[in-house]
Write a protein that binds this ligand. Structure first.
Ligand code: GRF
Length: 223
């Protein structure tokens, strides 16, 4: 991934990454040598540790705090103008913890993607790992999807499934899922940057030229 403006070539897409916290998914994107340029990392929290990581990679960082805005619309308006100043081809929500208004989402239709720590549509919303353990599911995972006005319900691009182990806690399960997040998120953005993603007539994602093995994940593993 080129961070130096002078090395931008005309076909290279540019992305803006939005964070709220640690930025481990953002770091995974920066490490993945993606065929795009990160124009900026924007956080709604000035104390987001991920901002320091972005600075270490020489990425422009901006803060648009949600505090001090009378409502979501005014925050989203300021956030949009910050994003649009970089004219990105893609806006990436990487651990961004704000619900965005329908108007904001509509202005980035099909170029706004998010990573969610569950196998959507199961466990949309918060506390996904604790809820999965509570339900006793044996397979859990993560999803990269286009963002629509229905929270956590947009077209799914890629998912990873992991086994839930008998002695899992929310923390051990979250760590196993996060490791897979760091694998599938860069893949989704690589497909986007290479124009390999399309939506078919019923709004489902198709990936161009993909060979699929169709292997099953069974949990608990059988002898
Ligand atoms: C991740 O589990 C992500 O799925 C969720 O926020 C968590 C932290 O992400 N949206 P990061 O470490 O800040 O990238």
């Amino acid at each position: 991934m080129n961070h130096k403006p002078e090395s931008v070539n005309v076909t290279e897409k540019s992305i803006v990454i939005l964070i709220s916290g640690h930025g481990s998914n953002m770091r995974a994107l920066l490490e993945a040598n993606l065929p795009c340029r990160v124009a900026a990392v924007i956080s709604n929290r000035a104390d987001a540790p991920g901002l320091e990581i972005a600075k270490q990679y020489g990425i422009t960082t901006r803060v648009v705090e949600h505090h001090g805005h009378p409502d979501r619309e005014s925050f989203d308006t300021e956030l949009s103008s910050c994003i649009d100043s970089y004219r990105p081809d893609l806006v990436v929500l990487a651990g961004f913890m704000r619900i965005l208004t329908a108007h904001f989402v509509a202005s980035y239709q099909n170029r706004l993607i998010n990573i969610h720590p569950s196998l959507l549509p199961m466990y949309s919303g918060l506390n996904t790992h604790a809820r999965a353990l509570q339900d006793g599911v044996k397979i859990h995972g993560c999803t990269v999807h286009f963002v629509t006005s229905d929270v956590d319900q947009g077209p799914i691009i890629i998912q990873a499934a992991v086994p839930v182990l008998m002695d899992d806690t929310s923390a051990t399960l979250a760590a196993r899922v996060l490791h897979q997040e760091h694998r599938i998120f860069p893949q989704a953005i690589r497909w986007f940057c290479n124009d390999d993603i399309s939506l078919n007539a019923d709004g489902k994602v198709r990936i161009k030229g993909l060979e699929q093995l169709g292997r099953a994940l069974i949990s608990p593993e059988m002898e």
